[in-house]
Structures are given as structure tokens and as C-alpha cells.
Write a protein that binds this ligand. Structure first.
Ligand code: ZN
Length: 301
């Protein structure tokens, strides 16, 4: 967990928000104790959702649980440039009604504590590097495969893509031979990675992935695209860990299929053994709380 402030008796309490498109998760987190108070609220209108979050933290403060800082790991697109006048502002995107909402300004005014904001995937990446599947490595990528596809990448001591954030979900990939008929689900590019391999895109071709049996061609098609994403990351950045998270990765057989197809596509080019590939392409360890722990890391950057 986090390092203690020297001189203080108790480790600081950090307020964290995992701001998702469906749910906002709020928590107070303290070193060695983990989550000491938590609450979740549906993502509706900015006014309704943000005031519920602020009310939760104020109520905790009345009970004596005072946070010293806040970190927010948020859905995007969002301005994550600390030097920008719009730092913390949600930009025009698919989440209707949230554009121009500034999360940082809102909570700094409501709670009078410093607030740091970054993307949900950057938050999850930093948390996995601190406490989870990518602990102790210098270079790692976190890819989330859910309703969309996003990635956070850390290399050479920094998050990559600053002052913006990567848009790795929209790279081009080669079509699977058995997937030539689908036009793709991305409203901007059609058959980019997200347009072919998000949970939404998989559902459009094969129905709810939860009902898709192991061994179905849909999983081979999905793994083929994710394997291409992993080869792109490996060849460009040589990360020590590629963490594949998000709802679709809850299918337990998918990660093995991705590793297998990664090995075939790579064709031993980097000389990676099966064990090395198994160690490279992994699933998250922090589960549902990755975003919240990400918020803690962001608050302490
Ligand atoms: Zn796209």
C-alpha cells in the first residue's frame, strides 16, 4: 500500500472516485487498512451523481474521516493535462449530458481538498503497477475490453500520451478470415480494434458473450484481434506486462486463446518462450477495486 507521511501518526486518508459510465464508486482509502468507507451511485446527470458523491464524503468527514486529497479515475474523453485551464473537464463524447462537466473543479469546491484526475485506464494501470499484476515492472500496458476498448501505457518513467491519453482502441487490425461480413461497430472508423473487438461489437455478431460457449468461433475471432493488439504493444514498447482487463476478460478461457494467437502471430520473432508469454499477457489482480486504488495513486502522484 501507500507510503506513510513521515511524522504523522496515522497514514493519510485519500478520497477516491472510480467514475464509470454506468456507476460512480466512491471510497475513502487508508494505507494498510484499504477501503474504510465506500459508496456507489448510478451515473445519471452530472448534478445528481456528483452531488451524491460530495454528500457521501461530507458525511464521512462529519464522522471524523477527513480525506487529505482526492484522486479520480474517470471515463473519457477527459482533459488530463494539469497545465490546461480545462484540466479535469469531460470533453464531448458518447456520454450524453456530461460534456463540459469539470470533475476537478466540482470536488475542489465541494470538499476543499486538492483533486487529481486521469483516465480510468491510466488509474487502473498505476494501481496494477503498485499493488497488482504489474507490480515491480518499469513498463506496462493496461487494456480494458468492455463496451469500448481503451489503454493506459507506462514507459520510461511516465504515462505515455501526455498531455493527452492514448486512443489505442482505434488502431487498425487485420480481419479474421471468418469475420469479413461485419462492417464494424465504431461510429467513427467502423472496423478499428474497438469496432471489432469491444464487448459491444462481439454482442452484435454473436449475442451476449455470457451465453457464448467456450470453443465458439466468436472467441477465436475476438482473441485474434486482442492478440494483434498485444503484438502491437510488444513490438512498439516492449512492456514487461500487458494487463487485459474489462468485462469481456471475465471469460476465463479468453486469456489463453489470446496468448496462443499472440505466439502464432509473433512467430518467435522476439524469442519469447510460452512461459514468458504467459507472464507477459495477464489479467488484472485488483478486480473490481482497481479504479478506486487507481484514484489513490493519482492523488499521490
Ligand atoms: Zn474507432
Amino acid at each position: 500500500m501507500m507510503s506513510t507521511d513521515s511524522g504523522s501518526q496515522q497514514p493519510p486518508i485519500i478520497a477516491s472516485i472510480d467514475a464509470g459510465g454506468t456507476t460512480f464508486k466512491c471510497a475513502l482509502i487508508q494505507e494498510e487498512r484499504g477501503v474504510i468507507a465506500g459508496m456507489r451511485v448510478p451515473t445519471t446527470s452530472p448534478d445528481e451523481t456528483l452531488s451524491s458523491c460530495a454528500a457521501f464524503f461530507k458525511e464521512q468527514a462529519r464522522k471524523g474521516l477527513n480525506a487529505s486529497a482526492m484522486g479520480i479515475a474517470s471515463f473519457g474523453p477527459i482533459d488530463v493535462d494539469p497545465n490546461s485551464s480545462n484540466y479535469g473537464m469531460i470533453l464531448d463524447g458518447p456520454k450524453f449530458g456530461w460534456a463540459a462537466t469539470n470533475l476537478k473543479d466540482y470536488f475542489e469546491q465541494a470538499l476543499s481538498i486538492p483533486v487529481a484526475v486521469d483516465t480510468d485506464v491510466n488509474g487502473a494501470l498505476l494501481a496494477e503497477m503498485e499493488w497488482g499484476a504489474a507490480k515491480g515492472v518499469d513498463a506496462a500496458a493496461y487494456v480494458t475490453i468492455g463496451t469500448g476498448i481503451g489503454a493506459g501505457i507506462f514507459a520510461n518513467g511516465n504515462l505515455i500520451g501526455k498531455p493527452h491519453h492514448p486512443e489505442f482502441g482505434h488502431i487498425r487490425v487485420q480481419r479474421h478470415d471468418a469475420d469479413k461480413a461485419f462492417s464494424g461497430g465504431c461510429s467513427i472508423h467502423g472496423d478499428c480494434l474497438e469496432g471489432l473487438a469491444s464487448a459491444t461489437a462481439l454482442t452484435r455478431r454473436f449475442g451476449n458473450p455470457v451465453n457464448l460457449p467456450k470453443g465458439h468461433i466468436g472467441w477465436d475471432i475476438e482473441a485474434y484481434y486482442l492478440a494483434q493488439a498485444c503484438t502491437a504493444l510488444s513490438l512498439m514498447l516492449r512492456p514487461s506486462k500487458i494487463v487485459l482487463g474489462g468485462g469481456l476478460m471475465l471469460a476465463p478461457h479468453l486469456i489463453g486463446n489470446v496468448r496462443h494467437q499472440y505466439a502464432e502471430l509473433m512467430n518467435d520473432y522476439l524469442g519469447q518462450s510460452k512461459d514468458e508469454i504467459d507472464n507477459l499477457i495477464v489479467t488484472p489482480e485488483l478486480g473490481d477495486d482497481a479504479g478506486l486504488f487507481g484514484g489513490v495513486r493519482l492523488a499521490k502522484l
